[in-house]
Design a protein around this ligand. Structure first.
Ligand code: 9MR
Length: 561
């Protein structure tokens, strides 16, 4: 008989639902009991193991145990006969600490600016990729240069993208909306760079939003991306800068609508603390939306020699997102007021926004874009639903949107209950951890309108999956636990001369498509099973890269927890 224990390697909150699994290739002879012991081996709790279903994707028989009744803070191990887990904590600060770390990962993704020793510690670095005077890619047939300074690197590459930046900004803006009225999250061992989570988040968001504003063309459309012309090898930012030029690519309907949606939401978040900046954001949003209306089918720039394509040719969900966010911000004002807002831009191409028409279109958008289990860079409609659910001037649409999202949350719960690892995904794709975090975010958002213990407990279990309770027995966030990724597919981590990777980065995770097997040499996956398709190797871009759109829902979910 041989079996292993699967659990959250970092910890469980005192009030959380505390589950773990015992897995084996053998269906017989699994002990019927487990013990929770202190580090010194004292038994503090005993409970039964319940048989769950066979897990197809990892070819394991699965049992589960529950110690939710134990709430006393401390370090513990799980013991099943003579097999013990490593030490983990019951801790009322682990969520806050991971929140601080994951939010900080965005600071480490900043391009074009120096990262200072006091904030970045041993990961401090000089400013590279200034991008303040760069030419357009030849495919754009455009003379001149552009200032595209700032913004976050997307992932393990040095590209900066509006599609994907948009969903990441929108997700973090949600976290900002939900944290603004809450007491400061401060803990003596937790270091947010500013005096609270909310203030640190707003500062980080502002860094990307300023970059977004630079990415808007004079006609309102938003450029798609800034990227090198060829993929950078694994070199430092300085070497990349010296090696080749970076170029502006775009504009597309998706990039302009990502921009419009994100900027309208930024108006909401900044309107009280910084009305002037908020006004800039809403005007920029209207300009981009009008550009997309006039250019409703411009594809992504198909030049992927040096960057990812973010290939999406379905625009209706992005239209829904942008329209719903604009409706949320402007719907309460009369048409005359919004016309005045449009004129204030001083740009004749920013034609008026007709609120009645916006609402009419939204009714159609709602029909055509049912909610998905979570947010996604390709399918962005949930941001439309969330915007409608969060606005307060059109109660009919608010109620429809909240009900639709509630039905989606119920679907997430049902799928999680049916799965041995308590996750809602049914195939492991590129960035599966982003999906897991996004499903948790759906539950936690709906929980704010329709509080239900099951939403919170299921979200706890989804976090457990990311932090270690998964078929590959890995805590997927760098620096968080003994099993965290050591070799993420991340150019800076690989070349900065520091052994530990930058902390707080979530790996894409299990991906049964294994697109990186085409590489030479390919990464080594330990098994052919779909649920074991993860390799902690620098070469595994399909399973071990990190990206801002996976980190953002982790920040948002942790902040709501
Ligand atoms: O997250 C993206 C995934 O959904 C796509 O299947 C994949 C291939 O197009 O690209 C992923 O995004 C990558 C982007 O193209 C470039 N920067 C790194 C991103 C994460 O791997």
């Amino acid at each position: 008989m041989s079996f292993s224990i699967r659990y959250n390697h970092v910890g469980y909150s005192p009030k959380a639902s505390k589950e773990f699994l015992v897995v084996s290739n053998d269906s017989e002879n699994i002990p019927s009991k487990f013990e929770l012991v202190t580090e010194s081996g004292k038994v503090v709790f005993q409970g039964p193991l319940q048989q769950k279903s066979f897990c197809e994707y990892s070819a394991e028989y699965v049992w589960s145990g529950d110690f939710s009744n134990v709430a006393e803070l401390g370090n513990y191990k799980l013991r099943v006969e003579n097999v013990e887990s490593n030490t983990f904590a019951i801790s009322d600060t682990w969520v806050t600490k991971q929140l601080a770390s994951t939010l900080k990962s965005f600071y480490y993704q900043r391009s074009g600016v120096k990262l200072t020793k006091d904030r970045a510690g041993k990961w401090a670095r000089e400013a590279h990729h200034l991008d303040d005077c760069i030419e357009f890619h030849p495919c754009m047939e455009r003379e001149g240069t552009w200032n595209a300074h700032g913004g976050w690197y997307d992932a393990g590459d040095y590209g900066k993208y509006i599609v994907n930046g948009g969903i990441s900004v929108a997700t973090l803006l949600l976290a900002a909306e939900f944290s603004k009225d809450r007491p400061k999250v401060i803990d003596s061992e937790t270091s947010f760079d500013n005096d609270s989570f909310h203030a640190t988040l707003l500062e980080e968001l502002r860094f990307e939003l300023d970059f977004f504003l630079r990415m808007q063309d004079h006609d309102g459309g938003a450029f798609f991306k800034i990227s090198p012309v060829r993929w950078d090898p694994f070199i430092t930012p300085a070497e990349s800068d010296a090696n080749q030029k970076r170029r502006v690519l775009g504009k597309s309907t998706t990039s302009s609508l990502n921009f419009a949606g994100a900027m309208a939401q930024a108006h909401n978040v900044y309107k009280n603390s910084n009305p002037e900046f908020a006004k800039t954001c809403i005007e920029a949003s209207i300009g981009a939306y009008n550009w997309a209306k006039a250019n409703p089918d411009i594809p992504y720039p198909n030049n992927t020699e040096g960057s990812g394509p973010y290939a999406d040719l379905v625009f209706k969900d992005e239209f829904f997102w942008a329209r719903a966010m604009l409706y949320r911000e402007l719907g309460a004002t009369s048409k005359a007021t919004s016309n005045a807002a449009n004129k204030a831009t001083g740009n004749a191409t920013y034609s008026a926004l007709d609120i009645a028409e916006l609402r009419k279109n939204l009714l159609n958008d709602m029909q055509e874009n049912p909610p998905k289990l979570g947010l996604d860079w390709r399918d962005t409609q949930n941001l439309g639903w969330i915007a409608l659910a969060m606005q307060n001037h059109d109660m009919e649409l608010q109620s429809k949107a909240r009900e639709a999202l509630k039905a989606t949350a119920n679907d997430v719960v049902k799928l999680c209950n049916e799965d041995p690892y308590a996750i809602a995904i049914r195939s492991f794709v590129w960035g599966s951890n982003g999906d897991v975090a996004n499903h948790a975010l759906t539950l936690l958002l709906v929980n704010t309108w329709f509080p239900k213990a099951e939403y919170k407990a299921t979200a706890d279990h989804l976090m457990d999956f990311i932090y270690g309770k998964n078929p590959v027995n890995t805590c997927f966030v760098t620096g968080a636990a003994w099993s965290s990724p050591k070799f993420p597919h991340h150019r800076i981590c690989h070349t900065d001369g520091i052994d530990e990777p930058i902390p707080g980065l979530v790996a894409g995770g299990i991906n049964s498509d294994r697109q990186d097997l085409r590489r030479n040499p390919p990464p080594h996956y330990s098994s052919d099973l779909p649920g074991l398709s993860y390799a902690d190797q620098q070469s595994s871009f399909a399973s071990n890269e990190t990206a801002i759109n996976w980190n953002a829902p982790l920040v948002a979910a942790l902040s709501l927890l």
